[in-house]
Design a protein around this ligand. Structure first.
Ligand code: AMP
Ligand code: MG
Length: 526
C-alpha cells in the first residue's frame, strides 16, 4: 500500500477554497475544498476488483489487508494522500442548476502507476463535503453494489468507464426514502472507491466559465496538460487551435461511449452535464438500467418517467446537447462560433456512421454497404421489435447460431428471447420479411459463416448486469450474503464467453421482475 506514488496535480496546480471548515457553502474562484473522509464505525469488506487493483500495482494480498480496508473506507490516509472535494455545476434535466460539486465524493489524490499512467482515487459515500448542500454525503449498500458491479461490467464489455476498486460497508445506518413517498427508513451504509484517469466533468467547465476571467482558462489548460498531454506542442503556449482539437477529441470519445452503450443496451438514466466525463467515460452509476425488451423509449429512472428525456434511444441526442453546453462554456477561449459549430455538426455525422457500423457488426456483416440496404435490414428488425416484445441481449446472441431464412427454424432459435408467447399476424409477417432480407444480406456479404459468428460473438455480449439480477444480489447482500455479488462479478468478467456454469445469469427477465422497484424502476435516492 505504501508503494502508491501520489502525484496530485489537481491540488498542486489549481486554486483552493480559502475556507477550511466543512459546511455547505457556495465556493467562488476555487476548484476544490480540502475535506477529510468521515470516520466510519465498523468498516467491512464486501468485494474488490483485482483488475482495478492491478492498475494501482496492488496485489490480492494488499487488497486483503486491514490497511486496504481502512484506507478505502476513508478511516486512514496514506502518506501522500491529499483529500479534497471539487467544485462543479451542471444542467440537470435541461435546466441550469448552479453549483453542485462533489457532494458525496471525496478525492484522495492521483497516483502514477508503474506504467506511467495517472489514476485518480475517489471515495463515494465517505461523508459530507462543502458541496453536500442539504444531503449527508453518504451512500447506501444497494446503490454502491450497483455502482461497483456495473463499473467493472462495463469495463469488461469494452465500454469506456470509470473503474471500481472496492466496496465496503461502513457499519453505519443511512436513512433514505427510496420512492420519495414519505417513508424514510434506515439502510446499510457503504463506500465505493472508484478510479479514473480523471473525474473531470463537463460541469466543471460550465461552472468556471461563469466566474471571474482566468479560472476557466486555467482549468482548461490544466485539463489539456494533465488529461490530454498528447495535444501539447513542445514549448508552445496553448492556443485556439489546441482548444479546438481538444474539443474535437471530447466529442469523439463521447460519441464512442454512447455507441458502446447502444451496442450493449445500457441506459445511463441521468445524463445531466455534471454526469458527463471529459474523458468520455461512463460515470456516476445511479438509476441506470439494461434494456430487456428492445424499447428506445425505455428509461429506468422514475424521476424521468414522464418526459423520457434520458431514455435509451435519446442518449446520442442528449450527449450532443450536453456537448453544446460544453462548447458554450469554453466559447470565450475560442471566440468564434463557426469552428465549434463545425465540430458539433461533425458529432452528429460521426455518430450516425459509428452507429451504422455497430449495428451491422451486431448483425454479423463485415462492413456497411453504401446504399440503403443495411438501413432497410435494421429498420425492419426494429419494426419487428416494436411489434413483438424481444430481449435485446438474448436476440443478438441467439442470432449468432442462425443459419437459414427458414421461419420455423428461426423461431425455434430466437423464441427464448421473446417475452410474449403468441406472435400476432403483423409480427409474424415482419419477422418473415426480415429473415428474407437478412438472409440475402448475409449471403451477399464476403465473410464466411465462421467469420461472421466470430465477429458477432465479440460485439454481442451474453452476460450483462440484468436489472433483476443486480436487485437479487442486493437483497441477498442486505441480509449479509455476498455470494451473488461475487458470482455476478465473476460472470461479468467474460461477458462474451459462453461460460455454461453461469447459464442461469443469461436468462430473460422473469415476470415477477417486470414492475418491481429496483428492477424496472429506480429512483435517484441512493
Ligand atoms: P447525481 O444525481 O448523483 O449525479 O448528484 C447530483 C449532485 O447531488 C452532485 O453534486 C452530488 O454530489 C450530489 N449528491 C447526490 N447524493 C448526495 C448525498 N447523499 N449527499 C450529498 N450530496 C449528494
Ligand atoms: Mg453526479
Amino acid at each position: 500500500m505504501n508503494t502508491l506514488n501520489f502525484d496530485n496535480q489537481f491540488v498542486k496546480q489549481l486554486p483552493v477554497d480559502k475556507v477550511e471548515e466543512n459546511y455547505p457553502r457556495q465556493v467562488q474562484g476555487a476548484c476544490y475544498s480540502w475535506v477529510k473522509p468521515k470516520h466510519m464505525q465498523a468498516p467491512a469488506m464486501v468485494a474488490y476488483s483485482t483488475e482495478a487493483a492491478e492498475l494501482l500495482g496492488l496485489t490480492e494480498q494488499d487488497c486483503e489487508s486491514s490497511s486496504f480496508l481502512n484506507v478505502f473506507s476513508g478511516n486512514e490516509q496514506l502518506d501522500g494522500m491529499q483529500a479534497y472535494a471539487s467544485c462543479y455545476g451542471g444542467h440537470q434535466f435541461g435546466n441550469w442548476a448552479g453549483q453542485l460539486g462533489d457532494g458525496r465524493a471525496i478525492n484522495l489524490g492521483d497516483i502514477i502507476n508503474q506504467q506511467g499512467e495517472r489514476w485518480a482515487l475517489q471515495l463515494k459515500g465517505a461523508g459530507p463535503t462543502p458541496y453536500s448542500r442539504t444531503a449527508d454525503g453518504l451512500a447506501v449498500l444497494r446503490s454502491s453494489i450497483r455502482e461497483f458491479l456495473c463499473s467493472e461490467a462495463m469495463y469488461h464489455l469494452g465500454v469506456p468507464t470509470t473503474r471500481a476498486l472496492s466496496l465496503v460497508t461502513t457499519g453505519e445506518e443511512v436513512v433514505r426514502d427510496v420512492m420519495y413517498d414519505g417513508n424514510p427508513a434506515p439502510e446499510l451504509g457503504a463506500v465505493v472507491c472508484r478510479l479514473a484517469p480523471s473525474f473531470t466533468r463537463f460541469g466543471h467547465f460550465q461552472y468556471y466559465a461563469q466566474q471571474e476571467s482566468g479560472l476557466l482558462k486555467q482549468f482548461v489548460d490544466y485539463t489539456i496538460s494533465t488529461d490530454f498531454p498528447h495535444l501539447l506542442k513542445a514549448g508552445a503556449e496553448l492556443d485556439k487551435q489546441t482548444y479546438l482539437t481538444w474539443f474535437q477529441e471530447v466529442c469523439d470519445t463521447t460519441c464512442d461511449m454512447i455507441v458502446g452503450w447502444m451496442r450493449v443496451g445500457f441506459v445511463h438514466g441521468v445524463m445531466n452535464t455534471d454526469n458527463m466525463s471529459i474523458l468520455g467515460l461512463t460515470i456516476d452509476y445511479g438509476p441506470y438500467g439494461w434494456l430487456e425488451s428492445y424499447d428506445p423509449n425505455w428509461t429506468p429512472n422514475t424521476t424521468d418517467s414522464q418526459h423520457h428525456r434520458y431514455a435509451f434511444g435519446q442518449q446520442a441526442q442528449i450527449a450532443h446537447w450536453n456537448l453544446y453546453q460544453l462548447a458554450n462554456a469554453i466559447y470565450s477561449l475560442i471566440d468564434e462560433v463557426e469552428p465549434l459549430e463545425k465540430i458539433l455538426n461533425g458529432y452528429a455525422e460521426k455518430h450516425q456512421c459509428q452507429w451504422n457500423l455497430m449495428m451491422v457488426q451486431k448483425l454479423g456483416f463485415s462492413k456497411v454497404l453504401g446504399d440503403d440496404a443495411d438501413n432497410d435490414v435494421v429498420q425492419t428488425l426494429f419494426a419487428f421489435f416494436a411489434e413483438h416484445e424481444t430481449d435485446m441481449t438474448l436476440f443478438f446472441r441467439q442470432l449468432i447460431q442462425l443459419k437459414t431464412a427458414d421461419f420455423s427454424q428461426a423461431i425455434e432459435l430466437l423464441s427464448v428471447s421473446f417475452y410474449a408467447e403468441i406472435m400476432n399476424e403483423k409480427a409474424t409477417a415482419l419477422l418473415k420479411e426480415w429473415l428474407t432480407k437478412y438472409h440475402q444480406r448475409t449471403t451477399a456479404d464476403p465473410t464466411t459463416q465462421e467469420q461472421r459468428q466470430t465477429l458477432m460473438q465479440r460485439v454481442n455480449p451474453k452476460y450483462v448486469l440484468r436489472n433483476y439480477l443486480a436487485q437479487q444480489a442486493i437483497e441477498k447482500a442486505e441480509q449479509g450474503h455476498y455470494a451473488m455479488v461475487h458470482e455476478l462479478m465473476s460472470a461479468l468478467k467474460n461477458p462474451y464467453d459462453e461460460q455454461p456454469q453461469y447459464e442461469h445469469l443469461a436468462q430473460k427477465r422473469p415476470d415477477w421482475a417486470k414492475h418491481k422497484v429496483g428492477c424496472s424502476m429506480l429512483s435517484c435516492s441512493s
